[in-house]
Ligand binder design. Structure first.
Ligand SMILES: NC(=O)C[C@H](N)C(=O)O
Length: 510
């Protein structure tokens, strides 16, 4: 419902679940005849949650919550939320689909992702709230809110763990290469566990303590430029790395002491079957094999940014649905191009020898190569700077569930971030094998966040008198939800089959 379509100066919609609208008298709200203010009025119940009680009626507090983040910074933040470890798995996905099928699937996932943001924005416009969990509450009451909060928490904790796992495994290698050491030593600065704690405390925690996501815009811009550097290096390396790799029939583990996160059967199969150079180094336009099934979960994971969309919208300067959709479309398009190029050149460099994690494959060539080292540092920086962005919606979900009616408190804000980061650190340090579980979680939460929840929340929230159940937008949304269920069943079955047969690839989470 367009906020201009209702007499907003006297009435506003109260947050009640299950499609029932109750009207609140809001005559005390000062009337300002501009678009932004009308949006903010519709958003009042959400704002009140963040404002000190007893002070809501002062106009100054509306401006307190006025979004201040510019269009460009919001594009940076959303792109940073999209971009993460997902990019490292795409070349492997392409090796198992072929270039054309990959392009088709990537386009489909990008378009579906944008449509899902459209559904989220439309639903949020109707009820005037800009929080994923609140949409869940509005659509299905407490179960809806819980489901959304749990999916956001699991998905984002999975993503953050995968980023910190990269830090844990890559930083020691970077230091080793910098120091020009042949062997890994036992010094503390070569210990990934200490390093991951140091990075968390010195870089991630201070950024995660920012009150608003918008302040992370510069960090996001920097993170994106690191990924652009990664992409340029991947393209450059395509023309400088021979195929087949010189060490292909020797040991796949480099002189450096690292253990690949997941060893693919596919690679092992190749090591034992004596294939010709042409078999290994030819690129295919269309491939179907047992690993093709992982493509969708890998791509879905790579495009997840939905928990961050509404918080970014909330902080946008002069917000409107159109503007936010535009920000989302720009971010998705930029990432789509970057994902495709990274996958294409990664694949054209290694062909069927590409591993499920692109950085590992580069390590096999020459772990002491300066450019590879810089690429590692760039990816490390990019994923480290993504952690605070991904942490925001989790903290918000926790706040919405446990401290629902509480005013903003710095102590709580800091404590939740510290507890979250500590738990993720413990997970990455003591139970890295558990990270495989996130493949399973990713296969469940990613389809929920991208497909199922936006669609079913939309169907419930959009009033039947405006759009009957059989109207085309609702039918489309229902089909979208079915597609999500299908993806979820598909991804889960592949992962379970893989586990049962001892493959152990984790699908979505890298
Ligand atoms: N934000 C996330 O949940 C994952 C992100 N899209 C990635 O590729 O790592």
């Amino acid at each position: 419902m367009n906020s201009t379509a209702i007499p907003i100066q006297t009435e506003m919609v109260e947050l009640v679940p299950n499609g029932k609208h109750s009207m609140l008298n809001a005559s005390s709200i000062p009337s300002v005849g501009n678009d932004r203010f009308e949006e903010n009025q519709a958003n009042l119940p959400e704002m009140e949650e963040f404002l000190p009680h007893g002070a809501e009626k002062k106009q100054t507090h509306f401006t307190d919550f006025e979004g201040k983040t510019s269009f460009g910074m919001s594009v940076f933040n959303l792109s940073n939320a999209i971009m993460g470890s997902g990019i490292l798995g795409l070349a492997y996905a392409m090796a198992n689909t072929g270039i054309l099928l990959f392009l088709f699937l990537l386009t489909a996932v990008a378009l579906l992702s944008s449509y899902s943001i459209h559904l989220l924005l439309k639903s949020s416009g109707i009820v005037g709230i800009r929080a994923y969990e609140q949409l869940g509450y509005r659509a299905f009451g407490t179960p809806g809110k819980l489901a959304a909060a749990i999916a956001i928490t699991l998905q984002n904790i999975g993503a953050m763990s995968s980023y910190l796992y990269i830090v844990k495994s890559e930083v020691p290698l970077v230091i080793q290469t910098f120091l020009n050491l042949e062997e890994k030593t036992t010094d503390w600065y070569m210990n990934g566990n200490y390093l991951v704690i140091m990075v968390s405390v010195s870089i991630i925690l201070p950024l995660a303590l920012m009150k608003q996501l918008g302040y992370l815009g510069y960090a996001s811009g920097f993170s994106l430029s690191c990924m652009v550097f990664f992409l340029i290096s991947v393209i450059y390396k395509k023309f400088h790395i021979p195929c087949p790799l010189p060490d292909r029939f020797i040991n796949t583990t480099s002189t450096l002491n690292y253990t690949p996160a997941s060893t693919s059967n596919y690679q092992n199969d190749h090591a034992v079957t004596q294939e010709t150079e042409e078999d290994i180094c030819s690129s295919s336009l269309f491939t179907l094999n047992s690993q093709t099934a992982y493509t969708i979960p890998i791509m879905a994971f790579a495009f997840v940014c939905h928990p961050e969309v509404l918080p970014i919208y909330t902080e946008l300067k002069n917000p409107s649905k159109k503007k936010m959709q535009c920000i989302s479309n720009i971010s998705i398009t930029v990432m789509y191009v970057m994902y495709f190029l990274a996958a294409l050149f990664g694949y054209l460099t290694f062909h069927s020898q590409v591993e499920s994690e692109l950085l590992h494959t580069y390590s096999r060539v020459d772990p002491f190569d300066v450019l590879i080292l810089c690429v590692r540092v760039a990816v490390l920086t990019a994923v480290t700077l993504t952690v605070p962005i991904v942490l925001f919606p989790v903290r918000r979900a926790i706040q919405q569930i446990i401290f629902q009616d509480k005013d903003f408190s710095w102590i709580r804000h800091i404590a939740i971030a510290a507890v979250l980061l500590t738990s993720i650190n413990l997970l990455v340090i003591f139970a890295p094998s558990i990270l495989g579980i996130f493949g399973l979680i990713g296969a469940t939460s990613a389809p929920c966040l991208i497909f199922i929840f936006p669609a079913i929340f939309y169907i419930r929230i959009m009033p039947k008198d405006k759009e009957p159940m059989k109207s085309p937008p609702k039918i489309l949304a229902a089909l979208f939800a079915c597609l999500g269920v299908l993806f979820m069943i598909m991804s889960l079955s592949f992962i379970i089959i893989d586990w049962a047969t001892g493959g152990g690839k984790s699908g979505g989470s890298h």
